[in-house]
Design a protein around this ligand. Structure first.
Ligand code: ADP
Ligand code: MG
Length: 260
């Protein structure tokens, strides 16, 4: 959902994109995984990325928060530039603290309680006091609907609960942008809804989000824009009703015919 331009936070410039990719090329050896990618994401926008397995969706997401290097082009996140071949210096660190990420595998710290999973980075990276971080963690766990699980350890939780802890943990760093890479793909079907609900709430609150997912119902309902990637190229994008109901590209058409 697009943020209104009347935001009371003067640091939010709704006219300039939070994410900008310019002619980005990425190779794994001879494999040209991302091909000339241009992409701008505006504050408050929810972009859903769809495409077949191996089309480059995860690589795209991982380039945006500097987990993967790329060979050509430019990526800017909140005005900080990532440059090809790892020449990004300080902006890489800044971007990692401003961008939250939720993966398919929850990647929680198994030896830490739910509460400590959420407070660790704010205390270690942001220098928050334990009390401040704990209060914030309780609030975030409440927000994702698991306030009563704070003293448990990750293995004592269901997959859906673990993924909501992962979401709370990412939000604890007060990110300007949230990236999701198939956040519900590892979940039992009955737990997918609770994670999508938490993401839907986050979108409603105006978070800028890039979401790789196969949940087409979620995409249709929550996305401002759907991007279809085929073999490392953005071949079609637009509002969900356009991409899903009237796709122009024949590759999009055949992909959707397989998944819808
Ligand atoms: P998707 O997320 O759309 O399934 P990926 O971005 O994971 O696709 O992968 C895109 C392509 O890059 C695939 O062909 C994949 O095998 C390849 N690939 C991904 N990661 C690596 C890697 N670390 N080394 C070599 N090839 C990789
Ligand atoms: Mg992937």
């Amino acid at each position: 959902m697009q943020a209104s331009s009347t935001s009371s936070d003067p640091s939010i410039e709704s006219d300039s994109p939070i994410v900008r990719l310019e002619s980005v090329d990425k190779y794994f050896g001879a494999l040209h995984v991302l091909q000339n990618i241009d992409l701008e994401v505006m504050p408050g926008e929810v972009v859903v990325v769809i495409g077949a397995s191996g089309s480059g969706k995860s690589t795209l997401i991982r380039c945006i928060n500097g987990l993967e290097e790329f060979q050509q082009g430019k990526i800017e996140v909140d005005g900080k530039a990532l440059l090809p071949k790892g020449k990004s210096g300080k902006s890489l660190k800044a971007i990692r603290t401003e961008v939250g990420m939720v993966f398919q595998q929850f990647n929680l710290f198994p030896h830490l309680s739910v509460r400590d999973n959420v407070t660790l980075a704010p205390i270690k990276v942001r220098g928050a006091s334990r009390q401040q971080a704990t209060e914030n963690a309780e609030r975030l766990l409440e927000r994702v609907g698991i306030a009563n699980q704070a003293d448990k350890y990750p293995t004592q939780l269901s997959g859906g609960q673990q993924q909501r802890v992962a979401l709370a943990r990412a939000l604890a760093m007060e990110p300007r942008l949230m990236l999701f890479d198939e956040p519900t793909s590892a979940l039992d079907p009955e737990m997918i809804g609770e994670v999508l609900d938490a993401m839907r709430e986050l979108a409603k609150d105006g978070m800028t989000m890039i979401v790789v997912t196969h949940e087409m119902g979620f995409a249709r309902e929550v996305a401002d824009r759907v991007i279809y990637i085929h073999e490392g190229r953005i071949v079609e994008q637009g509002p969900p009703e356009k991409v899903f109901d009237a796709p122009e590209n024949e590759r999009t058409q055949s992909f959707l015919a397989r998944v819808l």
